[in-house]
Structures are given as structure tokens and as C-alpha cells.
Design a protein around this ligand. Structure first.
Ligand code: GDP
Length: 702
């Protein structure tokens, strides 16, 4: 058993392959969580260095420098400045890559100035020959006062050497590699005299970065050392220039680039993929392909899962002693878990495709391409992925918004994504369109029903974009959006990175949103299967007597369906449906539709199933025709008018298009924003809006 653990902070610019190095070091031995109170992902993992020593690796968010401009960067600074933090590293590993070493080293020199033992990893060594790059490692080590591991996480080389360096971290020099205080000697001299025990560079960061972990008297700093904002900015710039001078000098002696060996393949591909016209055509072609595959590939496992859980439920029902507990298990818990598992194929496939696009370097081109358009609506180029993924399911879509670095853009994306028409709305749309839109053709070719469906999809997208635009105006948030166009080189995706990403995202869904989905499914089950009145308790006797009194003979199954319908009518949820009837009547709905709407909060596709139960249609597939017929012939008891007429149908379609009706989505929004506030807003505003729109539609059309 290892008896000592070294704490290692893994730091680096985005896209240098930090995650790949982390994966190489820790394998699947990782945990993902959030930093307390914020939505930045916190990843850590363990790796064995030798029989006595383990390393706890903390993968810090990708950052360009220690000059904080985002929450992600703040996380890095706060950890590195706070010796009391339980994660404060014994050793920092700064990951860089061969092609962008110059820019990557800026962060390295800053970390080094904090006088923490710092190892430099130069990753992607496999690309050196291709790019005609050579390093003089001993010279670089001397100039940078560090130890270097030349790694290729793709070819799995250099990892052993890195572990070796980690083991011997305490022999490393902690000397800073340049003296930043020369940017304003007088000022820094004064600082040094006032705080003789403190590290100068740390003091400087505390002053410029609005963090304070040195237990200093902030007032004292502020009264003696404040400079105007402009002055501080000027000094920071001076510091950056000085750092780059140092880096240039170092690379001059430690790096040789022979560009004649490099290929221009990348430039050619970029010209096509970011082309004003072809760029978009190719992108939409790829999207189309992804969605086809997503639907095709996931429909098979989804059906299998659906069937398996149904079988499991009926198996359990037959084999467990009849009673409340069995009902809870077979009607609440098993379908609840099924309701989580059923999303797994879609989530896994979506993230498979997204990771491949990201890993290959293509996603950066898409983001570049879409950014100009999306920015007008307060979104980012990266919002394209969630908005389009939303047509499958809002849950993986909202999770994919994690790629958006800017918090405001990410939040807006998360909030508007549920407007896109997800696949759960499809069965609802299908049956309603079937009921109210005639089967005629427009211009001889387009079916009116098909067009209606398309309009509903467009309505969803339109609402998403429009509300993003509004929110961008309303939300007051510090919004520093540097659009750093990072154009990594094209690469064949690493299987390991893709696989780990898919597993991580799926796990996050199952254990994050899954718990809430399960809990709410059980609550809905309870409300639908329990009631307080005698009508509920004696449903069986009442229905049977009724049939006997009417002298009608019906088969056992139909009787069972009728009893279930009567029970549902008198259950809590049924009573709830009747209670809300006055509220939904102006929209053209009766209590039965009310029940279906309440049920739809578990998942919208429940709409059809719930109505089937209420209209006592058996639940086997071939009965869909009958549900439709029953819905079509349903009349209002007082007015005698058809319930599912054109006005109600349109009103319902609009309601389902706009209302926030999916607890799973609310659960994932809570998880991703780390607060109940945003899902609550979504629920109230979206549903309120849906109510008003449906009300207007019904009142105009009836
Ligand atoms: P991060 O943003 O720093 O976490 O970077 P990732 O680990 O996600 O890697 C960014 C890209 O670089 C991915 O496409 C990786 O496949 C690729 N990559 C990572 N390590 C290597 C390597 O050693 N060699 C090559 N050629 N590519 C790599």
C-alpha cells in the first residue's frame, strides 16, 4: 500500500492535450465534481508512482494566463495562491505542446514565479518530425530552471519519465525564472519592505486579481498600494511583454524549427471547412448525418431498454406478493429507473459524435464559422451544438453546453435549449396533427400535416433564438467574451479520450439528473395510484356494478381498463386535474387533458399514454387507432361540442411547443447551473408564456 501521496496540479492552456495527459496518468481512476458554489468542473484522479508513493492529480481548468478573465481561471489562481487549500499542490505540472510552445510558456513562467516546484511537460512530441521542430532539452531545462518531460500522450511516450520526475519533485529548483518586479522597481521595492515575509509575485497577483489568501490586511494594501485601473493594466502589459522577451530568448537557444519540413495540409483543409459557403454546407451535411445516425442507432437499444423494463415490471408483478410495496416497485421504481436508462443510448451516441468532432479539431472550425451569426443573439458559436442536439433530447443537449467557456453565453444556451423540439414531443404532435389537420396536399406535393410538423419545429428554433436575444438584453452579468479562435491542428481522434468523455458524461447524467427523475417519477406514480375518497377505494365495485346495472357484457380486459380509468379519475392526480380545470378551461381543455398535462411533466410522451388510460383504451400498440378515434369522438358533457376540435388542438400544440414540461430537463438544468433558481425561472416563464399563447390561440379560433 502506498504510504505517501503527492499532490499534483495539472495546468495548461486549452487544447494542449492536458486532458489526454491526465487520462494517461490516471486512466479511469478519476472523479468529476464541481468546485463549491460555481459550475466549473473539478476533475481529480490518482496514479501510482512507485510501491510507496501515489500522486493525487488535480486537473485544473484550461487557462491562458494567471490574469483572471473567467471563473475557470479564477479557480486556478485561487488554488495556487492559497497554501491552506487542502488541494494546494506539492508540485505543479504545466502542460504545453510542441507547436505552440511560445504562447504556452507564458503561463509556465507565471506559475514558476510562485516558487512552487514546477515540471514542464512538452506534449505532442509525435508531431515534432512533421513540423520540423527540434528541442535542446538540457538547454531549455537550464534556462527555464525546471525539469522537462517530452511526452506524446497519443503515442504513450514520456509518461514514465514524467512519473519519475514527479517522484523526485522535491529536488527541483523553486527559483523563479524571471524577475517580474523590474517592471516598476520602486513600487515593488515598497511592497517588499511592507510585506517582507511574502512572495513578491503573489503580492502582485493579490493586488491585480482581486483574490486574497495571504491573510494580508487588505486595507493596508489598498491604502498604500492602489494604483488606478489603467495604471495596473499598463503594468500587467509590461509584465507580459517582459515574459515574452524572456521566452523568445530561451527558445532561440533551445528550439530549432525547420519550416520547410512542415506540410500545408492544414491550411488547405481550413480553406474549405471555413469557407463562406462550403463551410456551412459541409457543417449542415455532417449534422444531418449525425442526427440520422443518432436516431437510427439509438432507437434499437432504446426499444430494447423499454421492452426490458416493461418485462421486468410484469415479471416482478407476477412474482412478488401483491401489495403496496410491489406496486411501488413495479409501477414507480422500475419505470422510474427505466426512464433514466432509456436516455443513455442517445446521450452516449451524441457525446460520441461530439467528442469525435472536437478531438479531430473540426469543432473549432464550426465554432469559428457560426460565431458571427450566433453572437448577434447573445449566444456563442458553440451554442450550435446544444441547440441542434435539442431535437433529440434536451438533456444531453444541455450537458453539451459545457463547452461554452463564457458563463453568460452558456447560461443563455442552457435556458433556451428546451424550446427546440425534442423527440418526446413528436408522439404528441403526431396524434394532435392527425386529429385536427386534414390530409390534404399543398401545391400537390407537400402534405399539410408534414408542413404543420415542420412549422412546429421552426417555431421551437425561432423561440430559442428570440428568447436568447431577449435574455442577452435583460441579463446583467459581467460578460467578458474574448473570442479566442483556437485552431488546433487536425488529428485522428484518440479512442481513449473519446471513450472517457462518453463514459464521464453518461455517468454525470445517470447520477446527477437520474436521482431527481427517479424521485419525481415515484411521486407521480403515487399521485396517480392513490386517492382519498370512497370512489377511489371502491373503484372496482362501482365500475362492475355500473356495467351490471346497464346490462352490458364486456370482456375482462375492457373491464380492467374501465376500472383503471375510474381509479385514475379519482386518484390525487385526477382530483388535481379536476381542480385545475377552471384554469385550463379558457385554453379549451377539460380535466382529462389536465391529467395528461400534469402527467406530461414526467415526460411529454406520457400524454398519449395517459389519455389512453383515461379513455380506457388497452395499452397495447395496435390500439393507437382507437385512442385517436376515442379522442376524435369525445364531446363536452355540457356544450356537446367536440373536445379535440381545431381550436383546442392548436392550443394544445402551442402549449406543448412552449411549456417547460419535463422534470428531467429541469433536473439537468439544476445540475448544470448549480442552482434551483434557473430551472424555476424556466418552469414559470416558459409555461406562463405557453399558457398565454395557447389562451390567445384558443379564444381566437374557437
Ligand atoms: P486539453 O484541452 O488540453 O484538455 O486537450 P485534449 O486532451 O482534449 O487534447 C486536445 C487535442 O489534442 C485532441 O484532439 C487530442 O487528441 C490531441 N492530442 C492530445 N495529446 C496528443 C499527442 O500527444 N499527440 C497528438 N498528435 N495529439 C494529441
Amino acid at each position: 500500500m502506498p504510504n505517501s501521496t503527492i499532490k499534483v496540479a495539472l495546468i495548461g492552456n486549452p487544447n494542449v492535450g492536458k486532458t489526454s495527459v491526465f487520462n494517461q496518468l490516471t486512466g479511469l481512476n478519476q472523479q468529476v465534481g464541481n468546485y463549491p458554489g460555481i459550475t466549473v468542473e473539478k476533475k481529480q484522479g490518482f496514479c501510482t508512482l512507485d510501491e510507496n508513493t501515489k500522486a493525487k492529480i488535480i486537473d485544473l481548468p484550461g487557462t491562458y494566463s494567471l490574469n483572471a478573465s473567467s471563473i475557470d481561471e479564477n479557480v486556478v489562481i485561487e488554488l495556487l495562491l492559497n497554501k491552506n487549500d487542502s488541494d494546494f499542490p506539492d508540485v505543479a505540472v504545466v502542460v504545453t505542446e510542441v507547436e505552440n510552445l511560445k504562447r504556452n510558456l507564458l503561463l509556465f513562467t507565471q506559475i514558476k514565479d510562485l516558487e512552487i516546484p514546477t515540471i514542464l511537460v512538452i506534449n505532442m512530441a509525435d508531431r515534432m518530425a512533421l513540423k520540423g521542430i527540434e528541442f535542446d532539452i538540457p538547454t531549455l531545462e537550464r534556462e527555464l530552471k525546471t525539469k522537462i518531460a517530452l511526452v506524446s500522450s497519443r503515442k504513450k511516450t514520456g509518461i514514465k519519465e514524467l512519473k519519475e520526475l514527479l517522484l523526485n519533485y522535491n529536488q527541483m529548483s523553486t527559483e523563479p525564472c524571471l524577475n517580474a518586479s523590474s517592471i516598476d522597481p520602486e513600487y515593488f521595492d515598497k511592497l517588499r519592505k511592507t510585506f517582507p515575509d511574502q512572495l513578491l509575485y503573489k503580492l502582485w497577483l493579490v493586488i491585480t486579481q482581486d483574490v486574497n489568501f495571504l491573510n494580508l490586511d487588505r486595507k493596508e494594501i489598498e491604502s498604500n498600494f492602489t494604483k488606478s485601473h489603467a495604471e495596473l493594466k499598463r503594468l500587467q502589459q509590461k509584465e507580459t511583454i517582459k515574459r515574452y522577451q524572456f521566452i523568445n530568448d530561451t527558445l532561440k537557444v533551445g528550439q530549432k524549427i525547420d519550416t520547410s519540413k512542415a506540410t500545408d495540409f492544414r491550411a488547405k483543409l481550413d480553406a474549405v471547412l471555413t469557407h463562406k459557403i462550403f463551410g456551412y454546407v459541409i457543417f449542415f451535411g455532417i449534422l444531418l448525418l449525425i442526427f440520422q445516425l443518432l436516431f437510427d442507432w439509438s432507437s434499437i437499444p432504446m426499444e430494447f431498454i423499454d421492452q426490458s423494463f416493461a418485462n421486468l415490471s410484469s415479471y416482478a408483478k407476477q412474482n412478488l406478493p401483491a401489495g403496496e410495496l410491489t406496486n411501488l416497485i413495479t409501477e414507480g421504481v422500475i419505470p422510474g429507473i427505466g426512464g433514466i436508462v432509456i436516455f443513455i443510448p442517445q446521450i452516449a451516441f451524441l457525446f460520441l459524435f461530439i467528442s469525435v468532432l472536437e478531438e479531430s479539431g473540426y469543432m473549432s472550425r464550426v465554432v469559428f464559422l457560426m460565431d458571427k451569426i450566433m453572437r448577434r443573439f447573445g449566444l456563442s458559436g458553440k451554442s450550435v451544438v446544444p441547440l441542434i442536439s435539442g431535437t433529440a433530447c434536451a438533456i444531453p443537449a444541455i450537458m453539451s453546453a459545457r463547452n461554452i467557456e463564457n458563463w453568460k453565453e452558456r447560461l443563455i444556451t442552457i435556458l433556451v435549449t428546451p424550446f427546440t423540439t425534442c423527440s418526446a414531443r413528436l408522439p404528441v404532435y403526431a396524434i394532435l396533427i392527425e386529429l385536427i389537420i386534414p390530409k390534404t396536399r399543398v401545391v400537390g406535393i407537400f402534405s399539410l400535416q408534414g408542413l404543420s410538423l415542420m412549422i412546429l419545429y421552426l417555431l421551437g428554433f425561432g423561440m430559442a433564438i428570440f428568447s436568447a436575444y431577449l435574455m442577452n438584453k435583460i441579463l446583467k452579468m459581467k460578460h467578458k467574451s474574448y473570442f479566442v479562435v483556437e485552431m488546433p491542428s487536425y488529428k485522428v481522434p484518440l479512442f481513449r479520450n473519446v471513450a472517457i468523455n462518453v463514459i464521464e458524461k453518461t455517468k454525470a447524467f445517470v447520477f446527477g439528473a437520474g436521482k431527481i427523475i427517479l424521485a419525481l417519477s415515484i411521486i407521480l406514480w403515487f399521485l396517480g395510484s392513490h386517492g382519498y375518497g370512497d370512489d377511489f377505494k371502491n373503484a372496482e365495485t362501482i365500475v362492475t356494478t355500473q356495467f351490471q346495472a346497464e346490462n352490458t357484457t364486456i370482456d375482462e380486459e375492457a373491464l380492467e381498463d374501465a376500472i383503471n380509468a375510474y381509479r385514475l379519475e379519482n386518484s390525487y392526480i385526477g382530483v388535481l386535474g379536476k381542480t385545475i380545470e377552471p384554469v385550463i378551461a379558457p385554453l379549451g381543455y377539460d380535466w382529462k387533458i389536465g391529467i395528461a398535462i400534469i402527467g406530461s411533466f414526467a415526460a411529454r410522451e406520457v400524454f398519449v399514454g395517459t389519455l389512453a388510460t383515461i379513455y380506457s383504451v388497452g395499452s397495447s400498440g395496435e390500439d393507437e387507432e382507437t385512442i385517436k378515434n376515442k379522442m376524435a369522438s369525445e364531446v363536452h358533457p355540457v356544450t356537446g361540442k367536440k373536445i379535440f376540435n381545431f381550436a383546442t388542438g392548436i392550443s394544445l400544440l402551442l402549449f406543448y411547443a412552449f411549456a417547460m414540461q419535463c422534470i428531467s430537463t429541469l433536473a439537468i438544468v439544476k445540475k448544470e447551473t448549480n442552482s434551483w433558481k434557473w430551472p424555476a425561472y424556466q418552469l414559470v416563464i416558459m409555461s406562463g408564456f405557453a399558457y398565454v399563447v395557447s389562451l390567445i390561440a384558443y379564444q381566437l379560433l374557437k
